[in-house]
Design a protein around this ligand. Structure first.
Ligand code: GLN
Length: 535
């Protein structure tokens, strides 16, 4: 029997950016998966970057890491959390990678002397990457980053237009996410920007099958009639999507508008009745006001854009709701801490039940993070360290233990006591690509450790993204400094997890546990951390 071809759902956006196109794509994936379909999802970003590894997180938001070590856009984090599914590098495609491939091909003579052009060569390369990601799935969702009309996005839009045509009638569908502004002066919703956005898409040869209409407040149904008439999309395929209390509500709102069924019908997919009960319980938990509230200090370098720590915040929130508490996150500016020339850690942590030191790169604000870890270790303040948060905890323990000038090679590569360092084969390559540990690595946990108990296993694998490691020459001293190396990578004999000795909760990992955390299954370290705050 011939294999059924994968069907495509293409998601584009109009009017303006920041509408939640990624959440919409992820929510559609959630609803199709809930119907028993085998779904993949991919983000196409028109930036000229090759991947998100070098993008400034303050500007672009968190760099999310897949199990196979791709450094991607934060939308992949939403995808994984909404689909409860591990994605791979095929789910992230940036223009830079496509162009690099085409130019490399040109240099090695792949184009047989032809003129190399955006159409068909770049568009073909894009299509191949999309088809490769779609292989083996019932349905493949492709989100095109940016807004229709952006100069950079044109090759992607042409590529999906052609791909849809080649896939044949009934095998693909276009969802366009548009904005519906409310005009206070005349007290009405205005559909013109949305109509124009549909026109822009049509101008590129793509007619939307489904419209998702974002607004701040709920809009009246008459808007649907008007939009339908002027944009040529049937009313049953238009979803009104006002701001939600929590992003997790979006799949349920979309389900109520019936568009998932429209998609299934239009693509003639064989599917079950949607099973949404477990997702409903996520939404219920996320919107419950619990009796107790815990306050967690998040020691951050970037405070003006919370997207920078997206997965950490998500993991903390899920862990809190599964412990039946509200969470208040107190943002602590690491640069304003003692050691960075500011307030002592005791003052900054006032009112906090516990503290999280998340990942980060560069030397800025590290002394402040070390001071917080020193204080937490000494005073029994619950501490969760994530990657850099482990490295600073080891430096802190060493300093508490008497090595006053203990440091990390990232701070001072010439220091005498580098308790965190680069390994011999990385020396001199610190600022180049290719020397990072990226993606999943194994970790063996000591059976009696708190972490093993939390995971319910001594063998785990979690995602990494870092260059520096614990210096094994100091490992025997840990116990004397008040910490223990309880998780080791068996292949490279590298420290993966440390815990405080006789401490209410001092756990830090070289990996990033936030990336594997899901709203329905918070990562065990986060869950244990919040639980410790309740004692
Ligand atoms: N800058 C540190 C390193 O490269 C930590 C990185 C991180 O926290 N992701 O090792």
């Amino acid at each position: 029997m011939a294999k059924r071809p994968t069907k495509y759902v293409f998601v584009t956006g109009g009017v303006l950016s920041g509408l939640g196109k990624g959440i919409t794509a992820a929510s559609i994936g959630n609803l199709l998966k809930a119907r028993g379909l085998n779904v993949n999802i991919q983000k196409c970003d028109p930036y000229l970057n090759v991947d998100a590894g070098t993008l400034n997180p303050a500007e672009h938001g968190e760099c999310y890491v897949t199990v196979d070590g791709a450094e991607t856009d934060l939308d992949l984090g939403h995808y994984e959390r909404f689909l409860d599914q591990e994605l791979t590098r095929t789910s992230s495609l940036m223009s830079g990678r496509v162009l690099q491939q085409v130019i490399d091909g040109e240099r090695s003579g792949d184009y047989l002397g032809k003129t190399v052009q955006f159409i068909p060569h770049v568009t073909d390369a894009i299509q191949k990457q999309i088809q490769a990601a779609a292989e083996g799935y019932d349905i493949h969702i492709v989100e095109i980053g940016g807004t229709v009309g952006d100069y950079e996005g044109l090759s992607f839009l042409e590529a999906i237009r052609e791909l849809s045509f080649q896939a044949g009638e009934g095998n693909s569908l276009f969802v366009h996410v548009v904005y519906l502004p409310y005009l206070g002066a005349s007290k009405e919703f205005k559909t013109k920007p949305a109509q124009n956005a549909v026109k822009d898409l049509r101008g590129l040869g793509i007619s939307p099958d489904v419209l998702v209409v974002r607004s701040e407040e709920p809009a009246e149904e008459s808007v649907v009639r008007k939009l339908s008439l002027f944009s040529g999309v049937y009313p049953n395929a238009i979803s009104l999507l006002p701001n939600a209390k929590t992003i997790y509500e979006v799949p349920l709102t979309l389900e109520d508008t019936g568009i998932a069924q429209v998609i299934v019908d239009k693509l003639s997919l064989k599917s079950k009745r949607p099973s949404l009960s477990s997702w409903r319980s996520v939404v219920e938990r996320a919107t419950t006001n619990y009796e107790k509230t815990v306050t967690v200090g998040l020691v951050a370098k970037y405070l003006d854009n919370q997207d920078t720590y997206m997965s950490v915040v998500e993991a903390l929130q899920s862990a809190a709701m599964w412990n039946n508490v509200n969470i208040h996150i107190k943002w602590i500016n690491a640069e304003k801490l003692d050691g960075a020339g500011g307030k002592p850690a005791s003052g900054a942590l006032k009112g906090c039940d516990g503290v999280v030191v998340p990942g980060g790169f560069g030397t800025r604000a590290l002394e402040g993070k070390i001071k917080v870890a020193q204080y937490a270790l000494k005073k029994g303040v619950p501490y969760l360290g994530l990657c850099l948060g482990l490295q600073m905890a080891v430096v802190a323990a060493a300093r508490n233990g008497g090595i006053k000038d203990a440091t990390s090679a990232e701070i001072n590569p010439n220091a005498e006591h580098q308790v965190i360092h680069t390994m011999a084969d990385q020396h001199g390559l610190e600022n180049t690509g290719g020397t990072m540990r990226l993606g999943n690595y194994n970790c063996h946990l000591e059976k009696s450790s708190r972490s093993a108990k939390l995971y319910g296993s001594t063998k785990i694998a979690e995602r990494h993204r870092h260059r520096y490691e614990c210096n094994n020459a100091y490992r025997d001293s840990y116990e004397g400094w008040g910490i223990r190396p309880v998780g080791i990578n068996p292949e490279n004999n590298l420290v993966e997890v440390i815990e405080g000795v006789d401490h209410p909760f001092f756990v830090a990992s070289q990996f990033h546990p936030e990336f594997s955390s899901r709203p329905n299954r918070p990562n065990p370290l986060f869950r244990g951390f919040i639980k410790a705050l309740l004692r």
